[in-house]
Design a protein around this ligand. Structure first.
Ligand code: GDP
Ligand code: MG
Length: 442
């Protein structure tokens, strides 16, 4: 439903091509588009303004990596800043040194608290071998208790509830006691919500917090909340001191700008992302993926990364030298073909590449059955031909076609693919010049 930022920026990209430095005017023009993309993704406008200014400062005057155009360079900076802003790394749920670890979930009504309690419990058991107990402390709607009990049954996990008569504080305390007895190492407390933040609710949540001193207070927030996410996060954080957030309903038609707002306002990490109604539809939150999603720029950068890691370092350097001097050989080509194939189905790769690159990629769409033919053609070349593609003429092509059991058209197609591959590899392997490869020389 959204037009990708990268597509929108394509004309700006093209204008910038071949320049060495990112100019202030370039950045200004691009940041206008970035600003729009963020607002469309429902990032709060104040957050957008601050972010755009930060990035402008960082991007102007940067040297442009050889592998990227200045436009892509700016996007890279934007992506990095967004990722950092959202916490950079994944963040785990805390574990108390004195179990049980108490985790309280809070948020507005309908945000997904009850569902998420079950999802997190399931995650803790499945991936961390934990034994959680669920506590039903939303006493205002009998249906909420039923809902949690049903989920508990489905998971075959204990649920502590005392109906609608007991106070949330007593329920929370009782649940912790019960967990100790039953040897459960996590207590996940489901709490009540309201349609809007109100004092009575906050009072109640504060009392629960005082009574059981949770290790984690996780704000559950609907990613469709949009601009209002800032206010919700601000109130909950001010009054409860949340330690993390969980973004729900990311499976819907949202770019997830709320993630940025929540993070910016509270400074706490986003720990999980809910991606559906089912119990296992939850993911550990990945800041970088979220950055790409918010920008809607395809996975251009992750594609570049993927290409970098997939192509062997040393070999890539060597190839790069060759490509610069335009003497890439057909043996190299075969090898590259294999490596591109190793990166995954070409269709996937195509999907990840926004804008102009698609054209270059189309011609090298190698279907698996073709690889064998390509190999045969290359093997029918003489060493001299392999190393000097420019010598190829009609009679050589005829000989090669015959020797490999293919046609002249096949040979021509391969030569065309070879040229396109050269172009593409120039774009993709150039990343090694960034000097950001880890661990070199210790
Ligand atoms: P609570 O009022 O905060 O406890 O919210 P619930 O857990 O009762 O969830 C409210 C509604 O949102 C339910 O219909 C859930 O199935 C739905 N829901 C919760 N999380 C997600 C999610 O990640 N994706 C989708 N699509 N629906 C969700
Ligand atoms: Mg609920």
């Amino acid at each position: 439903a959204f037009e990708g930022l990268a597509e929108r920026l394509q004309s700006t990209f093209d204008k910038m091509k071949g320049r060495g430095k990112v100019s202030e005017a370039d950045v200004k023009e691009m940041m206008r588009e970035v600003r729009l993309a963020l607002l469309e993704a429902d990032v709060n406008f104040k957050v957008v303004k601050k972010f755009v200014n930060d990035v402008k400062e960082r991007a102007v005057g940067q040297e442009v990596m050889k592998s990227l155009t200045p436009g892509q360079q700016v996007i890279k900076v934007v992506n990095e800043e967004l990722t950092t802003l959202m916490g950079g790394e994944e963040s785990k749920i805390a574990a108390s040194r004195k179990p049980p670890t108490v985790v309280m979930l809070a948020g507005l009504q309908g945000a997904g608290k009850t569902t998420t309690v079950a999802k997190v419990a399931n995650h803790l058991r499945k991936h961390h071998n934990r034994k959680p107990l669920l506590a039903a402390a939303d006493i205002y709607r009998p249906a909420a208790i039923d809902q949690l009990e049903t989920l508990g049954k489905q998971l075959d996990m204990p649920v502590y509830s005392k109906g609608t008569e007991a106070s949330p504080v007593d329920i929370a305390k009782g649940a912790v006691e019960e967990a100790k007895e039953a040897n459960c190492d996590y207590v996940l407390i489901d709490t009540a919500g309201r349609l809007h933040v109100d004092e009575e609710l906050m009072d109640e949540l504060q009392q629960v917090r005082e009574a059981v001193q949770p290790e984690e207070i996780l704000l559950v927030i609907d990613s469709m909340t949009g601009q209002d996410a800032v206010n919700v996060a601000e109130s909950f954080h001010e009054q409860l001191g949340v330690t993390g957030a969980i973004l729900t309903k990311l499976d819907g038609d949202t770019r997830g700008g709320a993630a940025l707002s929540v993070r910016e306002v509270t400074g706490v990490p986003i720990k999980f992302a809910g991606t559906g109604e089912k119990i296992d539809e939850i993911d550990v939150f990945h800041p970088e993926r979220m950055a790409s999603r918010i920008l809607g720029m395809g996975d251009m950068l992750s594609l570049i990364e993927k290409a970098e890691t997939s192509v062997d370092d040393e070999r890539a350097k060597e190839l790069q030298k060759k490509m610069k001097s335009a003497d890439l050989t057909f043996d190299d080509f075969l090898e590259q073909l294999e490596q591109v194939r190793n990166m995954g189905p070409l269709d996937d790769l195509l999907q990840m590449m926004p804008g102009a690159n698609k054209k270059a990629m189309k011609n090298i769409q190698v279907d698996e059955s073709q690889i064998g033919r390509v190999e045969a053609i290359v093997r029918s070349m003489t060493t001299h031909e392999k190393e000097n593609p420019s010598v190829m003429n009609a009679s050589r092509k005829r000989r090669i076609a015959k020797g490999s059991g293919t046609t002249i058209q096949d040979v021509n197609r391969l030569l065309k693919q070879f040229e396109d591959m050269k172009k593409m590899m120039k774009q993709m392997t150039g990343g090694n010049q960034k000097g950001k490869k880890k661990g070199k020389g210790g």
